[in-house]
Design a binder for this molecule. Structure first.
Ligand code: FAD
Ligand code: NAG
Ligand code: NAG
Ligand code: NAG
Ligand code: NAG
Length: 472
């Protein structure tokens, strides 16, 4: 049985674990650091670009864990899994029986995609979390007659909204529709993109302003645009569409989950999906977009507090309720009081930010230095690419938590850009920027400084006016 002593111990080779290692390599290269990773490949962040103070874009790939040793001379990598954590004695035990005595530990064990039971081997069950798999699925769409979509996040909404000519049964656990990722307006922008792929011409720029009233219904300042109805109830109009065979194209099943999936290629529809409300749906394929669950598959002497989502609750320094036990990434649940324009979403960006924060706080603990929470937690940001377009999400980009009393300002130019501002009391709360809009830095400032924009009215998004000039 081997026994190891280390100052820093990090568990998990995802973005969070690797970022924590890299940050500690810079902060404290002379101290010992141990990484426990089950796989010899770890995640690698590269091409880091700052679009603004808090808006960072980067690429993710995999790399041999050994390459981390170049960065950190005192790093020891243990290819193994954490089995038990004794937080009292500050000792970790691995599957293979290695004992590791640590001063501070960071749990970065990530999350596991919620799988639909007994569906792992079917090619007709597609897990979707991002754009790569969306492309794959568009191919399948061409041959399908009916599909089941599971999940209530943005990807599920996007699929429902952006597909036509196929019957859809949308199964959601809740009794309401929510779009966490991309709003229907943006989906419409992408849909237009597909339509115009051959024509590729820039058409007129549209400026629309919607106000969400108390009743959560959509009122448009420009009455002609009311039919565009990009409101919270956008899916209702999809429910009224009839398919070629004369049946309703979209059926939404609320408060249900998938119980089992049976594949039999001899049936008319190869998949039989049994729902928990005892409904049976036959279809050609099933799209699963149900997100991840925090993954803690080891035991503890004493279990730390959990957040509402089942993750390990952490404070603003990423420390759990147990001293010297930190956590970052998908496994963590941000349990501090959030800044007005920040919220947790389990994405690469936040795994990296949390892990950087954890590393600073762990270093501070060892060196007895006080740390402050990183500035990045002031503003939710996420950069990604969808269908070849740069996508930047800022703050409360879907009006999250703003109630019903907010305004939306939109500007879209087909095939070029889609810009959405979320305003409350004349101040910018969030934004979606698709395309090369060059507005990210300005938006960051407008949100962080809560500048009153009411004097400018709709001109903030008037393409003939250079908004930057206002604020010089
Ligand atoms: C299919 C899919 C697509 C996604 N696409 C995107 C995207 O395009 N953009 C984006 O921003 N986010 C995306 N996400 C979310 C993103 O992947 C996560 O938020 C991020 O990877 C979390 O990083 P992490 O380091 O916390 O966890 P992970 O990347 O999950 O890493 C955790 C690591 O810990 C290891 N581990 C677990 N338990 C133990 C143990 N007991 N002992 C040792 N090791 C252990 C695991 O094997 C794993 O290697 C996607 C997620 C999924 C599932
Ligand atoms: C925990 O997860 C890791 C990584 O996925 C895996 O290697 C290990 O076998 C799991 N341990 C248990 C007890 O399931
Ligand atoms: C980093 O950027 C370069 C140049 O754009 C690109 O070729 C490379 O694939 C990127 N790296 C990753 C890991 O995506
Ligand atoms: C990503 O990693 C794989 C495996 O190490 C490698 O083959 C590939 O070239 C890398 N891609 C980029 C863009 O760096
Ligand atoms: C990550 O990938 C980049 C580009 O592929 C490479 O230059 C860098 O060395 C890698 N980092 C590690 C730690 O392997």
């Amino acid at each position: 049985m081997s026994e190891i002593n280390t100052t820093y111990l990090i568990v998990g080779g995802g973005i969070a674990g690797v970022t924590c290692v890299e940050t500690l390599a810079i902060l404290h290269p002379e101290k010992t650091l141990v990484l426990v990773t089950a796989s010899t490949l770890v995640k690698n962040v590269s091409n880091v670009t700052f679009f603004a103070k808090t808006i960072v874009n980067f690429d993710v790939n995999e790399t041999e864990a050994t390459s981390l040793q170049k960065i950190h001379p005192n790093l020891k990598i243990i290819y193994d899994s954490l089995k038990h954590l004794d937080t009292e004695k500050q000792k970790a035990l691995t599957d293979k029986g290695v004992h590791i005595q640590y001063d501070v530990i960071c749990i970065c064990t990530g999350g596991i995609p919620r799988l639909i039971s007994d569906s792992k081997n079917s090619k007709r069950v597609l897990g979707i979390r991002d754009t790569e798999s969306v492309k794959d699925f568009q191919q399948k769409l061409k041959t399908g007659r009916r599909m089941v979509i599971v999940g209530n996040g943005g990807i599920a909404s996007e699929i429902v909204h952006a597909t036509s000519g196929i019957e859809k049964v949308w199964v959601i656990r809740d009794d309401y529709i929510s779009a966490t990722f991309i709003d229907p307006g943006a989906a419409e922008f992408f849909q237009e993109t597909f339509k115009n792929e051959n024509e590729r011409k820039n058409q007129n720029t549209v400026l629309r302003r919607h106000i969400y009233s108390e009743e959560d219904s959509l009122v448009s300042l420009n009455k002609n645009l009311k039919s565009a109805a990009l409101g919270p109830d956008w899916y209702r109009k999809l429910e009224n569409i009839k398919s070629d065979r004369g049946v309703q194209e979209l059926e939404i099943v609320y408060k249900a989950e998938v119980e089992s999936v049976l594949e039999d290629n001899k049936n008319e529809y190869p998949l039989r999906v049994q729902l928990t409300n005892s409904q049976l749906v036959e279809c050609d394929f099933l799209i699963s977009a149900t997100g991840v669950e925090p993954s803690v598959n080891f035991t503890w002497d004493k279990v730390p507090e959990k957040g509402q989502d089942g993750g390990l609750a952490v404070n603003e320094f990423q420390e759990t309720s147990i001293k010297n036990v930190f956590a970052a990434g998908d496994v963590a649940s941000a349990a501090w009081e959030h800044a007005p324009h920040w919220f947790q979403l389990r994405l690469w960006t936040q795994a990296r930010q949390m892990a950087g924060m954890a590393a600073k706080a762990m270093h501070g603990r060892i060196t007895n230095q006080e740390v402050l929470q990183d500035f990045c937690f002031e503003l939710f940001t996420h950069c990604t690419k969808l269908f070849g377009y740069r996508v930047i999400l800022l703050g409360k980009y879907n009006g999250q938590g703003l109630g019903t009393d907010y305004e939306i300002l939109l500007r879209t130019t087909p095939n070029v850009e889609y810009i959405k501002f979320v305003l409350k009391e004349g101040k910018l709360q969030g934004a979606i920027l698709i395309g090369e809009t060059d507005l990210e830095e300005m938006c960051e400032n407008l949100i962080l400084d809560q500048i009153d924009l009411s004097p400018f009215g709709d001109d903030i998004l008037n393409p003939d006016i250079d908004i930057d000039d206002y604020f010089d």
